[in-house]
Design a protein around this ligand. Structure first.
Ligand code: SF4
Length: 485
């Protein structure tokens, strides 16, 4: 960032964070340029709207089928992974997942892990928790590596360092990598980063990765990537630990095909990515490479809460392509860091309330103009605007208005003043005489309108009642008393 103040990692600070970003012209230009670039690349991959609609229906069906059979598929997945020699661990929350990571590291006397890109590892704050326990966790995705060197956070789920300029990266490498010269040549910077990371792969016993899809039928982990660091992290070290959300399961290997096509086109505008890794077992006898031990950690962390509610369940269809972020006019202006969460933008606004509760995330569903672009581009048909509205409703009401199962923090945005105002409003509209009396009195008291009206007047003129009610204006017009009305 060009400014010295950074947005903080707290969704409750969303509005303050957004103000910091909006005041930073370099950051705003970077985001706008990057979003335009990604939108153009995606559009080039879907030139035919009918073709996109067909593929999207297929992807949506695959995801809905998987969610409809989730408990059964997870049981089959565990049985087949275990039969393939992969250890399966269940983690209810971030603490559980980190404990499992640490116990594996301790058993192998490892003090370092190399990690491919994984948003779930960000969700559980793996790097920080491991560092506290004396285990270094080194990012190997180039964007994540840059951020780790600069003690910064991802601002996009596909392109984590999108808020960094090449001058930023040149400075970070020159300051933080031993012997690295200052250069703004992008190829030279990539080569510097690669060389530093390659040495680490060779000397580290544990590799960590995320997972894009889990295949129940074959007991396989599918990993999509472009840089090759995912393959290095999952094949060079002796031990591979994969971590992902339990919603990532699909029934059959053939179900991955449409999801893969939708993911790569929607995320980076590529027909295919450079690497598609399918991992179905540890190294078998006679094989020359691959880890000797593979673990999968399946994380819940609020996902079953979303699953229990039929409408919120659609949130779990997400394949983390980032297209909703790229097309969101709010995200393009305030950037990913403003949200203060692991998942920013529209997907963050609908998933984070389930992960963190509504008390801290209640502003996120309001960070949308409801233009509908996110829902239109979502490759698996998640009705994002509807979910945003439902979360707004849940933030303001307590049960029974929004029926059980209650969302953690439901009703957190409800204030007594606002509740009374809406009650009064309902009363007025339900009683004609009362409404007419109010409509007669209110314009006559307009001189008492406060000049400061909470957040509204920070950037706008105060709201004032018209001098005459609409009814009075119409009456005057009918009698020819006031032609200007
Ligand atoms: S909600 Fe849809 S568009 Fe957004 S990241 Fe998930 S799959 Fe992609």
């Amino acid at each position: 960032m060009s400014g010295s103040v950074r947005p903080v990692a707290d969704p409750a600070a969303f509005k303050d964070n957004a103000r910091i970003v909006l005041a930073d012209p370099v950051l705003r230009r970077s985001f706008r340029g990057a979003m335009d670039f990604l939108m153009d690349k995606r559009a080039a991959q879907f030139p035919d709207a009918a073709g996109f609609a067909r593929l999207r229906r297929l992807g949506e069906t695959v995801r809905q089928h998987a969610l409809a059979h989730l408990p059964d598929l997870l049981e089959r997945l565990e049985a087949n992974l275990t039969a393939n020699g992969i250890h399966v661990h269940w983690a209810e929350n971030a603490e559980d997942a980190n404990r499992i990571f640490l116990s594996i590291a301790r058993r192998h006397e490892a003090t370092r892990m190399v990690k491919g890109k994984s948003m779930v590892s960000e969700e559980i704050e793996l790097n920080h928790r491991m560092a506290e326990a004396g285990v270094e966790c080194v990012e190997t995705d180039m964007g994540e590596y840059i951020l780790q060197l600069d003690d910064d956070r991802p601002s996009h789920i596909i392109m984590p360092a999108i808020h960094k300029t090449k001058e930023d990266v040149a400075r970070i490498f020159a300051d933080r990598i031993d012997g690295a010269p200052y250069t703004e040549d992008v190829d030279a910077l990539i080569a510097i980063g690669r060389q530093a990371l390659r040495n680490l792969f060779r000397d580290t016993r544990i590799g960590v990765s995320g997972v894009n899809f889990l295949v129940a039928e074959t007991g396989s982990l599918v990993l999509v990537e472009n840089e090759g660091n995912g393959r290095m992290s999952t094949t060079v070290p002796d031990v591979h630990i994969a971590v992902t959300g339990l919603e990532k399961v699909v029934e059959k290997l053939e179900h991955v095909v449409p999801l893969f096509a939708l993911l790569t086109r929607s995320a980076t505008g590529q027909a295919v990515t450079t690497y598609l890794n399918v991992i179905s077992s540890p190294r078998r006898s006679g094989e020359r490479d691959g880890p000797r031990e593979v673990h999968l950690i399946l994380l819940d962390n609020g996902r079953t809460q979303a699953y229990r509610d039929e409408r919120f369940r659609a949130t779990l269809q997400c394949i983390r392509c980032g297209a909703c972020m790229n097309h969101c006019p709010v995200y393009a202006r305030v950037g990913g860091l403003s949200y203060g969460t692991t998942y920013p933008g529209p997907i963050g606004a609908i998933i984070e309330p389930h992960l963190l509760g509504l008390a801290s995330t209640r502003d996120l569903p309001t960070a949308s103009s409801l233009c509908g672009a996110c829902g239109e581009v979502c490759p698996v048909g998640i009705p994002i605007p509807d979910l945003l509205m439902r979360l707004r409703e849940a933030a303001r009401h307590t049960v029974p208005e929004v029926p059980a199962p209650a969302l953690k923090g439901q009703g957190a945005a409800r204030t007594i003043g606002e509740a009374l105002a809406w009650k009064g409003w309902r009363l007025l509209f339900a009683h004609g005489a009362l409404y007419r009396l109010f409509a007669w009195i209110a314009p006559r008291l307009r001189g008492l309108t406060p000049r400061t009206q909470a957040g509204w007047t920070r950037t706008r003129a105060p709201l004032r009642l018209a001098p005459r009610s609409l009814r009075e204006q119409l009456a005057r017009r009918r009698t020819g008393g006031d032609r200007r009305d």
